[in-house]
Design a protein around this ligand. Sequence first.
Ligand code: AGP
Length: 614
Amino acid sequence: MCGIVGYIGYRDAFPIIIKGLQRLEYRGYDSAGIALFDGSQINLSKTKGKVEDLKNKAKGISQKGSIGIGHTRWATHGVPNDVNSHPHYSNSGKLVIIHNGIIENYEAVKQELTKRGYTFKSDTDTEVLVNLIEEVKKTEDVKLGKAVQIALNQVVGAYAIAVFDIEKPDEIVVAKLGSPLAIGIGDNEFFIASDASPFIEFTNNAVYLEDEEMAIIRLGKEIKLRKIKDDSVAYPRILELQMNLEEIEKGGYDHFMLKEIYEQPRAIKDTYRGRLLADQGLIRMAGIDQNMEKFLNANRIIIVACGTSWHAGLVAEYIFEDLARIPVEVEYASEFRYRNPVITDKDVVIAISQSGETADTLAAIKLAKEKGAFVFGVCNVVGSTIARETDAGAYTHAGPEIGVASTKAFTTQITVLTLIALKLAKAKGVFSESRYHEYLTELETIPSKVERSLESNPLIEIIADVYKDSTNCLYLGRGYNFPVALEGALKLKEISYIHAEGYPAAEMKHGPIALIDEHMPVFVIATKKGHYEKVVSNIQEIKSRKGKIIAIVTEGDEQVRDLADHVIEVPETLESLTPLLTTIPLQLLSYHIAVMRGCNVDQPRNLAKSVTVE
Ligand code: AGP
């Protein structure tokens, strides 16, 4: 995610902002920038790259001034480059803004502003927003704070912004919806940041803005808090922070992996934000719309990926074939690239990669393109190599995934792939309007259902303690949940170092059942939707051989509860959407077992977050 930092007080702003940006580097970013007011003009420097690059580039500007804003950008609209970096000026050069979030309706606003003579240097939604504020300020003849309040009622999306007006050099206006924004309150000085890490060394008094709140921060005055919706007065809640730096970076969680597991409701919502318009019966994805014929005329879809992304591809195989009736093959990228596959220009290849830098996946893409296939990328890192190498694509907008074990990448990849499959099913006419609408509305309920699945965490911690010393585990699932069984096994082995295997539940009788005894924990996904009765009989086979059964079941299930040693409930949903919920308990289970075994959860032995070599 982007990071924002601001300062207004009596000290030199430059070192405070630069150090603050360094404190936010953990959030992941691809460019950085700073703007300072030196008493007469705004001095701005920004660059693609790291904060260190910004420090070097900023040697070219005046670093004087006690008011300023800074930004680390995680690209969502517009590739990482100097021009798209923040801060952004308004056309007049009098306003300057930094922004963390996504303005969904920025294209419509940009068109209107263009008609009114505005020009744009960057491809960003943020530059549109600062010019909308300028246009409101001009046409309504209001001050910056009021202009921000009016303008934000005209945009749709998520934001944490800080705006400065050269004509009001003793104030900074901030506003929040969906992205975090904290105000540090010092002695005759104020700090603004995405979290408290940039200012905790100066003050532990902070105000965390609530959604749809804005604040006018003026030197020597109390913060003026307002509701964006109607400009009514709101009252600041000053907290005395007890967290240290490391705790702040992990959002109060013990590990990045746990933080990212809990980010999944927000991440899934960000993934479909601006794309899933259920009330209009629409899914809007430019990369698909512009290449619809290629997908509809394809002989088949070949999915290439590695690891967790390959598991997301397996889920997609069920989704595309079941819903869109399009043949799909899923390939390990590392095998695909060397087995001399038969590929034609009637094939569509979908490459899935969180990092966008996985060497095997990149090589598979190049091979597919050489043989004439159309290649579509599903990546999490904007401007990554795979994102640039593919012919088109869709980002997952999960935000940076720091933990080596992939969690929110998996669920957001499945979300993107589900949106694509639904779009294709609709375009092919294989979906009735009512069934299409049922899927769109159910997809919107998934973030809250993931929240409910996360509530089992205390129970899961107890179960983890029972099985933390196991040496082998089996994971079983059928249909859509077979790939989830594979993913659950991968999670456990890569962070706890316990050997684990995932299998289709029906495969037990073809060999693995020989492994079952009282020392073998078997994690079975037995949700109501998806071959339930058959999975129940598999559970009975395991039970009769004294296997330990930990079942993931649908809320209210009694039948499996009577058979299993432990059950973990997830809410009911459509069969094709169950992987988004059943994976949650398995992520938490592997996390707790790894912690109890004293493993390095965020950086497991022998592993790298991005495998950029063969
Ligand atoms: C999953 O937890 C692992 N971190 C690993 O299998 C990962 O999914 C794989 O290396 C693919 O990475 P990518 O999605 O960045 O291409």
